[in-house]
Design a protein around this ligand. Structure first.
Ligand SMILES: Nc1nc2c(c(=O)[nH]1)N[C@H]1C(S)=C(S)[C@@H](COP(=O)(O)O)O[C@H]1N2
Ligand SMILES: [Mo]
Length: 257
């Protein structure tokens, strides 16, 4: 089955790219000035998902960079400090009482403390973050691979998607930021649950205490302030049914780069 990548994204990339460029902090680039990204994003607008996958290679590794490439100031975007009293209380106590709940279609539901997560074998990778608004930024991220965390809870064969529920409310009706990826993206070696940026504990504006990092998808997929992970067979029952907060506003569920 083919799926046309949303036309709305083209408008965002082409329309906002120029304007957003003038607002950038040092060390972050306009996406449109990077020829490789530009051609991939442009091609994604009219290729079917199947053709795009064949061209870009969903399972291939995103480029990794050197320390010299790290942006002096990583740009923060979206929620910068969740307007949520429970989250604020957890933050005030250094996230000692924070627990990552992992449940759904798996054999052994678990709750992980931050120390549990920090004691797992970690990856450190310097990768580029590409936002749909037309900017990109290179940073160094550290945390366990999602697939290693999932191995501890033992997914059932019916599990097709990983849902991420976040601490930041997005409106006054009790809707929170959320996202979803499929098991194939969850198993990718560059899919991390990151607790550090540039060697420091993740600051609040970048999603403390834990956020998702993907090698090959756009920024909005990378949920910050992750509180709860659930394995599901379908993302339709959640939110407006399109798999994520921005998807519910019309963005494409698959945001490959
Ligand atoms: N919980 C949550 N996650 C989020 C967002 C958000 O507003 N809330 N914004 C998304 C978008 S659009 C981008 S570009 C990145 C920004 O991450 P950064 O602040 O580390 O740059 O987070 C993504 N994840
Ligand atoms: Mo974004």
């Amino acid at each position: 089955m083919s799926e046309i990548i949303s036309v709305r994204r083209r408008r965002l990339v082409l329309g906002l790219g120029a304007g957003a460029g003038s607002l950038l902090l040092g060390g972050c680039d306009r996406l449109s000035s990077l020829p490789q990204t530009q051609s991939v994003l442009l091609s994604a607008q009219w290729l079917t998902r199947g053709a795009q996958r064949a061209l870009v290679g969903r399972d291939s590794l995103a480029p990794e960079y050197t320390r010299a490439d790290i942006a002096p100031v990583f740009r923060a975007n979206g929620t910068l400090d969740p307007d949520n009293p429970q989250y604020q209380a957890l933050a005030a106590n250094g996230f000692k009482d924070w627990r990552l709940k992992v449940d759904g279609l798996l054999e052994s539901p678990k709750e992980f403390s931050l120390d549990d997560i920090r004691s797992m074998p970690a990856q450190t990778q310097i990768t580029r973050h590409d936002c749909v608004e037309g900017w990109s930024c290179i940073g160094q991220w550290t945390g366990p691979r999602l697939r290693d965390v999932l191995a501890r809870v033992v997914p059932k064969p019916q599990a097709r998607y990983v849902m991420f529920f976040c601490a930041d409310p997005m409106d006054h009706h009790g809707d929170y930021y959320y996202e979803s990826i499929d098991m194939r993206t969850a198993a990718h070696p560059q899919t991390l649950l990151a607790y550090a940026l540039n060697g420091e504990r993740l600051p609040i504006k970048y999603g403390a205490p834990l956020r998702l990092r993907l090698g090959r998808q756009l920024g909005y997929k990378m949920a910050k302030y992750v509180m709860h992970i659930r394995l599901v067979s379908s993302y339709r029952p959640f939110g407006q049914g399109r798999g994520g907060y921005w998807e519910d506003q019309g963005y494409s569920w698959y945001a490959g780069i």
